[in-house]
Design a protein around this ligand. Sequence first.
Ligand code: F6P
Length: 573
Amino acid sequence: MANLTALSFKVRVIKKTVMNFVELGTEMSSRRTLASWKKLQLLAQDKKSQHMKTLFSQDNERFNKFSIELPNMLLDYSKNLIDSETMDSLLALATETNVCQWRDKMFRGDKINKTEERAVLHTALRRQSHEPLIINDENVTNHVQKQLADMEIFVNNVRQGEWLGYSGKRITDIVNIGVGGSNLGPQTVTEALKHYSDGSINVHYVSNVDGAQIVEVLRPLNPEKVLFIVSSKTFTTAETMTNAKTAIKWLTSASFDEKSVAKHFVAVTANRENAMSFGIEENNIFDMWDWVGGRFSLWSAIGLAIALDLGFDKFRELLSGANEMDQHFINAPLKDNMPAIMALISVWNTTFLGSQSQAILPYDQTLHMLTAYLQQAEMESNGKSVTWDGSEVDYATVPSIWGELGINGQHAFYQYLHQSNNVVPADFIGSVESVTPVKGHHETLMSNFFAQTQALMTGVDETQVRADLKAKGRTQDYIDKVAPHKVHKGNRPTNTILLKRIDPKTLGNLIAAYEHKIFVQGIILKICSFDQWGVELGKGLAADIQQELENNNIGSHHDCSTASLMKFYQSAK
Ligand code: F6P
């Protein structure tokens, strides 16, 4: 028996070693050498000459074949230039690039953020299991559970009026001071879930260092009743530090007591030391960890404003919605895996069909900040051009992400989407039920929602345009003049995401789906999705220029444009 056990152990070791070599081999090779990549390049040539209208006329099963339904969320990706052969090749690409193995590495805490040598574990923040998860000899599960417990106590104290300001009044207003992931996550969520707030606490956000914003936010507030959350993973971000200093001055100019800071300021940071030297009480600091990227941190104490606004139970519902999507991402076969399919479609449209941008078009007013959130999530993660080993990427990586609420967009840039010579794939995001039903409104909204993706796909050709104009009694001269301008080529790809309604759980589903989509794109494109070196140069130059402006001593090293602009600014002040 013992020999058999030893033998099976040896077989497992050999198999794992071989797998690692295969994996390493695949990883070291350029993506372009993969069989699936080459196949997709050929298919792309072929697909570019096809029209989705034809594909739909040939196959009434497209929706059933190319859609994924989860309990609260439907993805219809059939309005893309794909067929079963394309999807098989895209799935083969996911397999050849070891997407599932990398996914498993991420969830178990391997240091897949290679350039910063860090794990990527925002998923641990919403894990429902209390099983230990050891990173750098520390049990992450314990840290997360302790932090959630500390957050809940704090949130309940504030919401129940036990946390009092310097004059003994309860807190009524929260001001979150932070930028990027330390702002967009909490603000996108509290804006989306306003309906679920009991209004006992008002939340406000200051992210821009333009003084206009903090002045506007603080103007109507009573310093005795305001609690500031200084959210900054590094606690070095100049914009946030500047705003926080102004907030402290605003408070102490009313309280005339430096000690009042302890009653009106908490911090969320991975840099406890900086926060304390800034003047935040040690007991008022909530930790962040280096295995949580800023743009993926709303599930941590960075989400305090969410919990304060909605109550901790709703914050837990948000976490459980994200965890539901995590479980789907872990367990669903790639062909039925929503985030993986969203990623493959994006890679297909961008890297193979050549689209340069992607529009995010929510039709639910509650999601009015989602596009801004996804701009950071996607473009700060995958807006890169070197592969894991530092070599230049020789293919398009991710599209630029832009967009607006759909109805507003229809009256702003849909002309471009329908008739420009730039094809922009778009994600349409809507909900079956409105959380604030008003008779006739949701039907009008959703009629536009469905009409637009149909129009973008089918278009209207010149024959049809001419026939319509003739039927309206237009003269031949008029028809000859106007018809070419009324043609919509169509064949514009869209994904449709339909949520049951916007609530904490479905919002957690949605945001986690995009997080995992971004992850899969990074693996397929072989780029590191979890660092952000591209923000360092601008930050560094800004610090130097600020010194020069403050000392009125403009350096001779600047180009003549920058130097002249600085001189013009100095002289015009
Ligand atoms: O934009 C760069 C960045 O580091 C983001 O990744 C981050 O979310 C933001 O700035 C704010 O950083 P911090 O939370 O450290 O203030």
